[in-house]
Ligand binder design. Structure first.
Ligand SMILES: NC(=O)c1ccc[n+]([C@@H]2O[C@H](COP(=O)([O-])OP(=O)(O)OC[C@H]3O[C@@H](n4cnc5c(N)ncnc54)[C@H](O)[C@@H]3O)[C@@H](O)[C@H]2O)c1
Length: 324
């Protein structure tokens, strides 16, 4: 099948690209390389993937790429994915995440392609008392990033109703794994792995008891493939582990990998940070037959091994990311 991945040069997108190629799909990547890097695509380009250097905010560029490649399915991951940037520049965030998604949907409509959209569970639900949180809980984002991703999801639904575009949305929890940029949405594991390699101690903001649902990148790729295998899927699907881990749990889990002192330094809590975030993944399990399989300790081992190999300028990620 011909498949396009927007944001395919990024952390998650590049793992998806590698796995789709392993499955024998004809593949193209659309990316503007604002946060993605060509190195993430080295093996994909060697395997014959087509690259469109294009900006999702530019409808002409998106429609040109889609018309040229004629994908049957578009995975839409290209996004402004940094929460702090969304607060300082909400216009950029909205242009990329809302207008960018509309441009992808318009191009998909014209080419009769299906869309598998990627959104965020971690940033959409806000501070809710219902944890783990199912898809039915009202979205109350705490930052422009969650708001723009939520708005994009609504357009995905609208294009289904208005134009019959076949589309579904995956709402990811906090994704971690090889190739993650520490500046991203769920950077704490990437940041701590880097500090650990530098023999520095982790900084914990607040009590460290705030929780997140950390899901390994190989598992979210498997979730996206489950959506590909269920073309009848519509609406939103939480993709996480359903398990909460605190920041202090992460520090403890990484401690065995440390070569020096890895005791946390505590700093003031950051304003606006939510206390608990964890996704109820019942819908994905029951309707897609998907569950996260990589235990946190195993995922952290893979991530640490990658961080160490990267120091030696080797990119071992394709071998370390479990094929879905
Ligand atoms: N990392 C997480 O924990 C997490 C959690 C929930 C949802 N998500 C979503 O997953 C997707 C991928 O995130 P990621 O963590 O891999 O981030 P990333 O920054 O590594 O990847 C985003 C990719 O999109 C590209 N991009 C950005 N703006 C673009 C534009 N205007 N035109 C074309 N390409 C553009 C970047 O160059 C990059 O390759 C995003 O949609 C993000 O919102 C990520």
């Amino acid at each position: 099948m011909k498949v396009m991945v927007t944001g395919g040069a990024g952390f998650i997108g590049s793992h998806l690209v590698d796995t789709l190629l392993q499955r024998g799909h004809a593949l193209s990547v659309l990316d503007d390389f604002s946060t993605g890097i060509v190195a993430n695509l080295h093996s994909a380009l060697r395997s014959g993937a087509t690259l469109f250097r294009a900006d999702v905010r530019e409808s002409v560029e998106v429609s040109h790429a889609v018309r040229t490649f004629e994908p049957a399915v578009i995975f839409h991951l290209a996004a402004q994915a940094n929460v702090r940037t969304s607060v300082t520049d909400p216009g950029l965030d909205a242009r990329t995440n809302v207008l960018g998604t509309i441009n992808v949907l318009e191009a998909a409509r014209a080419a009769d392609a299906a869309v598998i959209n990627v959104s965020t569970g971690g940033a959409i639900y806000g501070d809710t008392d219902i944890v783990p949180t199912p898809e039915t809980v009202e979205a109350l984002p705490a930052a422009p990033y969650g708001q723009s991703k939520y708005c994009a999801e609504r357009y995905v639904g609208l294009y289904g109703r208005l134009h019959g575009v076949r589309a579904a949305t995956a709402r990811f929890a906090n994704v971690y794994g090889p190739r993650q940029d520490p500046r991203g949405e769920a950077g704490v594991i990437a940041i701590y792995c880097g500090l650990l390699e530098d023999r520095k101690r982790p900084v914990v903001y607040g009590t460290g008891r705030q929780t997140r649902d950390y899901v390994y990148v190989g598992d979210v790729v498997a979730g996206l493939l489950a959506l590909l295998d269920h073309p009848e899927a519509r609406g939103e699907y939480n993709i996480g582990t359903g398990r909460e881990s605190s920041v202090l749990d992460i520090v403890e889990a990484l401690r065995p990998h440390a070569r020096g002192d890895f005791a946390p330094d505590f700093a003031d809590a950051r304003p606006g940070e939510i206390e608990r975030s964890c996704l109820d993944v019942t819908r994905a399990r029951e309707t897609l037959g998907w569950t996260a399989e990589v235990e946190l300790t195993k995922g952290l081992e893979h991530t640490m091994a990658w961080a160490r190999a990267k120091r030696g300028s080797v990119d071992p990620a394709p071998e370390l990311a479990p094929a879905a």
